[in-house]
Design a protein around this ligand. Sequence first.
Ligand code: NAP
Length: 279
Amino acid sequence: MTLTGTTRLAGVIGHPITHTVSPAMHNAAYAHLGLDCAYIPLHVLPEALEAAIKGLRAFEFLGANVTLPYKEAVIPYLDELDMSAQKAQAVNTIVNQDGWLIGYNTDGAGFVYSVQNEAHFSLKKKCVLILGAGGAAKGIAHRLLQEGIYALTLLNRSHERAEHLAKALSGSATLIKVATHHDPLAELLAQADLVINTTPLGMTPDLDASPLSAYEGLSNATLCCDIIYKPAETLFLKKAKEKGASILGGAGMLAGQGMLAFELMTGKSIPFDIMRAQL
Ligand code: NAP
């Protein structure tokens, strides 16, 4: 990559940021299309967040991605929120339109892209069980409702958080339920066509952790997805595979959200495989 006086910048804001793979994905995409752009990691301390967002305008950035722990914290510093970010109440992509900063959330759409295009799974009228009710679960759940799923069950460590999310999701045609850890797990798993782990349980280095205590109820009719991408195959996915379920790891969601963020920032399409190949 050659940086010139006309190179436009973009980056990813987070704390810490050393683990990020976004620069590799976006710079590969710029190279593929021959764009005079560069994408950099932007480590920002909490007390500098407002100044960092103002800096996107000052340095005429194309935009930025936002990762942990700032997906909610950046909202007050933006000029506008797209519907995807309003629903998720979280922003993972900021687009700079001539100094007007618009927040988007491409996490949910990235997940759906991966399920439809990597697992070739149709979401229409399906029963979905989401494990977890945090930021990622929120973005995914809102996007799943747009795909016409039949029923969505939330199972989370903190019952109140799941109830809160269920309330925010109400009003669509989808049946929304909150399960508790007293409900028979095998029944919850047997009723689901799609089970999604959105908790960090099983992520490197905690390879022996899993969001499930048992796997009865999973079968070859179930698709199990983990949004964790390190390791590529978590304990949850290994056990699900042993039960005959189809499995999908989190790298496709990461590439999908990156691809959609790239399109928003540059106005250009990029093949999914260019992003996916970097992971
Ligand atoms: P978050 O907002 O902190 O939510 C974490 C969720 O996991 C909460 O529901 C929390 O339950 C639950 N949880 C955490 N520790 C737990 C434990 N020890 N036992 C049971 N439940 C536990 O985090 P997030 O932003 O949603 O991210 C979650 C995961 O998704 C992370 O691993 C992240 O790397 C991954 N992610 C992947 C992508 C991708 O592109 N593939 C994108 C975004 C996130 P409580 O409500 O009870 O605390």
